[in-house]
Design a protein around this ligand. Sequence first.
Ligand code: GUN
Length: 303
Amino acid sequence: MAILDGKLVAEKIQLQVGLEVERLKAENGIVPGLAVIMAGDDPASRSYVNSKSKLAEKLGIRSELVTFPASVPAAEIARVIDEKNADPFTHAILVQMPLPAGVDPWGIIERIAPGKDVDAFHPYNQGLILQNRGRVFPCTPLGIMRLLDHYGIDPEGMNAAVVGRSFLVGKPMAAMLANRNATVTLCHSRTHGLAAILREAGLVVAAVGKPGFISADMVKPGAVLIDVGINHVTKEDDFNKFCPRSNYEAFKKKGAVITGDVHYQSFAKAAHYSPVPGGVGPLTVTMLMSNTVELCKRQAGIA
Ligand code: GUN
């Protein structure tokens, strides 16, 4: 069971993106610009947004954060999106999800110019992915593809099970794996016989948001396990169920640990697995930077 080291792959990609940013500045006088829009004060979203701003700065990308209270009217968010759509110094626009309950996310997502849609959440960009003509890809599934590629894991011909059907991860992931010639089963909370499906899967992508959901008995020996889950375990009971004893000291010290959707006892059966933390997470934010540079180059007409 070999670890798929997302941190290592993320650092490698960051190096490439940083060089690309330098080249754009030196040869074209262009600084890639990312606008991040956040509404409400969800602590997890705030932490993601902060890590995005920090990495942008590290790589020389100009990033701007626009924040709104949870009570913001949708029209106000739309007004800022219109402004950024028209701004030649903004090449990429991200609206942090989830939006407050009163705001229709689709109305907001559809407002983003598809050419500046750094998350590839717009129906136009998701449609292109389904047609295997994708130009920009959602950051988490794109990071997973880069992780598999780095370790020479070719999805072609594999039985791949994706657990979770969100438009952020599961659905685009399923399409991207199918585009790479995997045989894909898109599973979710209402799938009948999930364990039997997973036991046939050489590749499992778990994006359900439930700690330890993929138990060892569901895993085919020699499978590749990709864990997208970021679950905060705060109760001792849950710790005992979902986390290895070796993390106990950290749990007691901090009062919480992060664990994935794949139960740690599953790893022993896998050929490769991505850990949480240190697996998919570092890649997601890195691919956001890579997408920003990609969109910038496209807008500037640079191949
Ligand atoms: N919320 C959780 N993940 C993401 C993401 O990748 N992009 C955006 N915009 N919001 C998110």
